[in-house]
Design a protein around this ligand. Structure first.
Ligand code: AMP
Length: 216
């Protein structure tokens, strides 16, 4: 199964992708995570990407397409993937179609997580993760049971993304509306667009996605 989760930053794509990964044996391909790993390594791609990411803009289609193409050639993706954060432009969507066609594969569904912009700034600026296991938390919506201690691994160090600050979030939302939202009609015309309400609770969004997956 090949799924795309599509929605603005803060819509909950990463959270839902992790749940789908665990339940359906799919592999989450988060281009944001891949870029952050490249930044942490200090690779050439990472150095270029950091400047763009910190401005809330999009990394070039060439770089992104090469990253995803390489990743799709790895053996662990054979049973299916959830694309989280890719494609983000019409050019990336066209490249993905070509990549999949070359492999004799096709997209099963594109799930749009519909959200209102006004809630996203609060969602994004409040989020943080455990530095040890990556579990996600939020200042208001999802606190660890014991303050300062990760529920999952007991870790006591937490990290925030450098682009999760209000000014950058505004640019990221602008990039979404200008460059990524045009993908919605593209996939609707192909008959594979499904929509869920991303404004409800995390468990409810999971239920909606599972219900949509039953229809494919
Ligand atoms: P994300 O973790 O998906 O919010 O991505 C963080 C940042 O990485 C974005 O704001 C972009 O700068 C960059 N990025 C991630 N995926 C892509 C993509 N498919 N195309 C261009 N830039 C991307």
């Amino acid at each position: 199964m090949i799924l795309i989760l599509l929605g603005p930053p803060g819509a909950g794509k990463g959270t839902q992708a992790q749940r789908l990964e665990a339940k359906h044996g799919l592999v989450q391909l988060s281009t944001g995570d891949m870029l952050r790993a490249a930044v942490a390594e200090g690779s050439e791609v990472g150095l270029k990407a950091k400047v763009v990411m910190d401005k809330g803009e999009l990394v070039s289609d060439e770089i992104m397409t090469a990253i995803i193409s390489d990743r799709l050639n790895e053996a662990d993706t054979k049973n299916g993937v959830i694309l989280d954060g890719f494609p983000r432009t019409e050019a990336q969507a066209a490249s993905l179609d070509e990549m999949l066609a070359t492999k004799g594969l096709a997209l099963n569904a594109v799930i749009e997580m519909k959200t209102d912009d006004d809630i996203l700034v609060e969602r994004i600026t409040g989020r943080y993760t455990c530095a040890n296991c990556g579990a996600g938390y939020h200042d208001s919506f999802l606190k660890p049971a014991v303050e300062g201690v990760c529920d999952k691994c007991g870790g006591t160090e937490f990290v925030r993304r450098s682009d999760d600050v209000a000014e950058t979030v505004i640019s990221r939302l602008k990039a979404y509306h200008e460059q990524t939202a045009p993908l919605l009609p593209y996939y609707r015309n192909k008959g594979i667009l499904k929509q869920v309400d991303g404004m409800t609770g995390i468990d409810d969004v999971t239920r909606q996605i599972e219900a949509e997956l039953q229809t494919i």
